[in-house]
Design a protein around this ligand. Structure first.
Ligand SMILES: C[S@@+](CC[C@H](N)C(=O)[O-])C[C@H]1O[C@@H](n2cnc3c(N)ncnc32)[C@H](O)[C@@H]1O
Length: 285
């Protein structure tokens, strides 16, 4: 008989369930994470991602600029969380492939070396690369779907009583169903303590033709693994009960921009929209 420790198990060494094997790497179909990596000038992408990316740039020429502005926003927001609000625990949901120009781990640890960071993504290549760089007592990668938020929050790195900075940058479009987004935000609010902050950005387009063309292209290229662009009003509605820090929900290139950084986003057809908000009403604590 096979000894118990040699038998296959659906659990990792940290006791958490892994995604099923149907989520294995498919180099012939584009993926959200790898296409984003290509837009940002990375190398962790395949021909299918580059072809889908080139078509995306035809439909939306500002896509690469938007991706860059989103990274810069994530970096600025992470600094504000750790330096300005004393956050020592970060949860990056839909963390993507490692991005050396906006490395949340390096940014946070440069300010406070004791910060803990859990990087979560459903993309197998994003998980593999992230894990190859981060696998210590402070920073871990986790292969999981955001719909499984309760298992994610049970990860041993997450200390239940510690105010947490949740990063949800350019990832909520992966949950096309508003009920799933509302449930995710609700569970974060229920499970994380007051003082926790949410960093959120989301692709929005009020022009229905643009919204439909990009959403359709991304879903066709990724075999339905993408989701959807929302309108600005839809995002405002999803985040209506969250109290944002100044300057509120804005085009992210306008969120506390670095004075010495060049041009702000000027594109009209769509925007990366977001901000930083309290998970609980600030007067409640
Ligand atoms: C556009 S990339 C953004 C990466 C990074 N957050 C950033 O701001 O640069 C979106 C990431 O979210 C991940 N993602 C989308 N939906 C997800 C889901 N339901 N569960 C886990 N990860 C998801 C994708 O795999 C991808 O890596």
């Amino acid at each position: 008989m096979t000894p118990a420790h040699d038998r296959p198990t659906p659990f990792g060494s940290d006791g958490l369930r892994r995604l099923p094997l149907r989520y294995g790497i498919d180099a012939g179909t584009a993926s959200d994470a790898r296409l984003w990596d290509w837009l940002l000038g990375g190398f962790a992408n395949y021909a299918a991602d580059r072809r889908a990316g080139e078509r995306l740039l035809e439909l939306a020429p500002s896509a690469a600029v938007i991706a860059r502005h989103n990274s810069d926003f994530g970096a600025r927001a992470a600094r504000v969380l750790v330096a300005g609000h004393g956050i020592t625990q970060l949860l990056d949901l839909g963390s993507g492939l490692p991005n050396p120009t906006a490395d949340v781990n390096a940014i946070a640890r440069a300010i406070d070396p004791s910060v803990r960071l859990l990087l979560v993504d459903r993309d197998p290549l994003a998980y593999a690369h992230t894990r190859s760089l981060h696998d210590d007592d402070h920073t871990r990668a986790l292969h999981a779907d955001l719909v499984d938020i309760d298992s994610i929050l049970d990860h041993p790195l997450i200390v239940p009583g510690a105010p947490t900075g949740v990063l949800l940058t350019a990832a909520l479009h992966g949950l096309p169903d508003d009920t799933a987004v509302t449930r995710l935000l609700q569970r974060l609010r229920e499970r994380l303590v007051p003082g926790s902050l949410l960093v959120v950005s989301h692709l929005v387009a009020d022009d229905v033709h643009h919204r439909t063309a990009v959403t359709d292209h991304m879903n066709t290229s990724t075999a339905g693994q993408w989701g959807r662009i929302r309108t600005r009003a839809e995002l405002d509605h999803l985040l209506a009960t969250f109290e944002p820090l100044d300057p509120g929900l804005v085009d992210v290139s306008h969120w506390r921009p670095d004075p010495d950084r060049g041009v702000l986003q000027t594109t009209r057809e769509w925007a990366m929209y977001g901000g930083v908000a309290h998970l609980h009403h600030p007067c409640a604590h």
